[in-house]
Design a protein around this ligand. Structure first.
Ligand code: NAD
Length: 251
């Protein structure tokens, strides 16, 4: 049997990148996966690739949409809040609009999702005398380490870690585990976009690789196993942690 047999796992931003790889990895382990994203076309290609995955268009910036989805869903065993974006630049480059959008998409979305889905998850944990899991996408660029030109991004991902630890503390006796996932630099469509839009794309890619001691970017498949682990009962004694998967950056 798969490691996630019988579990229901919902993932945001699952149409591409780390979210998509995680949806596929969880489905391979037997989970009932609900993959959500704002990009309906890419969700369709995901469902075509793995027909057992259920898809639903969801904008995590809409409280109404989040509440409506939660009301229409069975209780979750695991929630992977993966949605997030990078706003480039130092504090002097960062506009108030960049700052607000970054916090809304990277942090407040998790507040919305958690408020909508947590009651059902806690009821499930109580009924089954087991544990449920929230996985929040942070980054090594956060309270863990500072990087140039990641002002708003680093601030949001540090906030994600704070939110995750507070959830872990509040519900540790109620069967909820909450952990933050902190990847290094991962080769995803949005990273490719950041490289392509740099003044010198060849140099930009070299620079991203140079800061990875293992000498390469992470593949999405380097990150998704941590999502499977945190969704599974194998991680039943793990809560409130920052799970670094960074190719040695923070050695
Ligand atoms: P990506 O940035 O390539 O794709 C992001 C996905 O989010 C897209 O499918 C997009 O449609 C979706 N999305 C955007 N706005 C949305 C919204 N309002 N509601 C729902 N979905 C929305 O994917 P990625 O690079 O794997 O990034 C995913 C997460 O991983 C982000 O939180 C990112 O900060 C984090 N992360 C990425 C890296 C990296 O190097 N790629 C490193 C550390 C952390």
């Amino acid at each position: 049997a798969g490691r996630l047999e019988g579990k229901t796992v919902l993932i945001t931003a699952a149409a591409q990148g780390i979210g998509r790889a995680s949806a596929l990895a969880c489905a391979r382990e037997g989970a009932h996966v609900i993959a959500t994203d704002i990009n309906a076309a890419f969700l369709e290609t995901l469902a075509a690739e793995q027909p057992s995955i259920r898809t639903s268009v969801l904008d995590v910036r809409s409280n109404e949409a989040v509440s409506a989805l939660a009301a229409s869903m069975p209780a979750l065993d695991a929630l992977f809040n993966c949605a997030g974006m990078v706003a480039n630049g130092s504090v002097l480059d960062c506009t108030e609009a960049d700052w607000d959008l970054s916090f809304d998409l990277n942090v407040k979305s998790m507040f919305r999702m958690t408020r909508a889905f947590l009651p059902g998850m806690l009821a499930k944990a109580a009924a089954e005398q087991g544990s449920v899991s929230i996985i929040n996408m942070a980054s090594m660029a956060s309270s863990i380490k500072g990087f140039a030109n990641r002002c708003a991004y680093g601030a949001t991902k540090a906030a994600v870690i704070g939110l995750t630890k507070s959830l872990a503390a509040d519900y540790v006796k109620a069967g909820l585990r909450a952990n933050a996932l902190c990847p290094g630099t991962v080769d995803t469509p949005s990273l490719r976009g950041r490289i392509a839009s740099a003044a010198d794309p060849v140099q930009a890619e070299k620079d991203f690789i140079a800061r990875q001691p293992m000498g390469r970017l992470a593949l999405v498949e380097d990150i998704s196993p941590m999502v499977v682990y945190l969704s599974s009962d194998e991680s039943r004694f793990v809560t409130g942690q920052t799970m670094l998967v960074d190719g040695g950056v923070t050695i």
